[in-house]
Write a protein that binds this ligand. Structure first.
Ligand SMILES: [Mn+2]
Length: 218
């Protein structure tokens, strides 16, 4: 559900030239190959864009066997309608980011960005990342999802259940009979100063019920 990759500067990360030009190339190719092994075994795989990997495109989908989903999307299981979203659009207080998002999600902006040579995009991504790290130096300042906006999204989708990530504040929010489940970020080797973490939600479908459990992969 977004930000599967820390950065995705274009599907040409999957080309042989990227291994020499982009530090992320090897990781991008290893992860895509692992996803391909999964989908080659007959599993369906769906990927949503996040704010870091919003440039995941058709070549990634073809290489990995994943299907790219719009954001938000409604998953229907046993008649339950579940709103799936990365979560960045719910952080209404993050005005600067939302302006940036509006710009970079335009097809014309993306077309121009992807026309830049790979090496130039590597540099731009590093600069963006540095600015983002500086802005996030104080975790208490991070914008959180706006609960009223989340409720509006659920109402619009005639749903009472939403799942999102992005905010790094894993929790189940029960409000007026609605459930908003927030996933953790993943940092399996604990490189970002906190204990290793990688939560998943398992939703198992049995005859008449959905069984939901939050599990940790670390
Ligand atoms: Mn995110």
């Amino acid at each position: 559900m977004g930000d599967l990759f820390e950065a995705w500067i274009g599907d040409d990360l999957l080309t042989p030239q990227a291994l020499a030009q982009a530090a992320d190339g090897a990781c991008a190719q290893a992860v895509s190959a692992a996803l391909r092994q999964y989908t080659d075994r007959g599993h369906a795989l769906f990927v949503q864009h996040g704010n870091r990997d919003f440039l995941l495109g058709a070549a990634f989908a073809q290489t990995s066997g994943a299907q790219l989903l719009p954001d938000p999307v409604v998953l229907v299981l046993q008649g339950q309608r579940i709103v799936l979203t990365h979560g960045d659009q719910l952080c209404l207080a993050d005005h600067a980011y939302l302006r940036f998002r509006q710009m970079v999600r335009q097809p014309q902006w993306q077309h121009q960005a992807l026309a830049q040579p790979l090496a130039a995009r590597v540099q731009q991504a590093q600069a963006l990342r540095a600015a983002s790290v500086a802005a996030q130096a104080r975790p208490e300042n991070w914008a959180d999802a706006d609960p009223r906006e989340a409720r509006r999204w659920m109402d619009r989708a005639t749903s009472r259940w939403m799942i999102h990530g992005h905010t790094h504040r894993p929790r189940d929010h029960w409000v007026d009979g609605t459930l908003r489940q927030v996933l953790s970020d993943w940092d399996c080797d604990g490189m970002h100063g906190a204990p290793p973490r990688a939560q998943v939600l398992w939703i198992e479908v049995s005859a008449e019920a959905l069984h939901v459990s939050r599990q940790s992969l670390t």
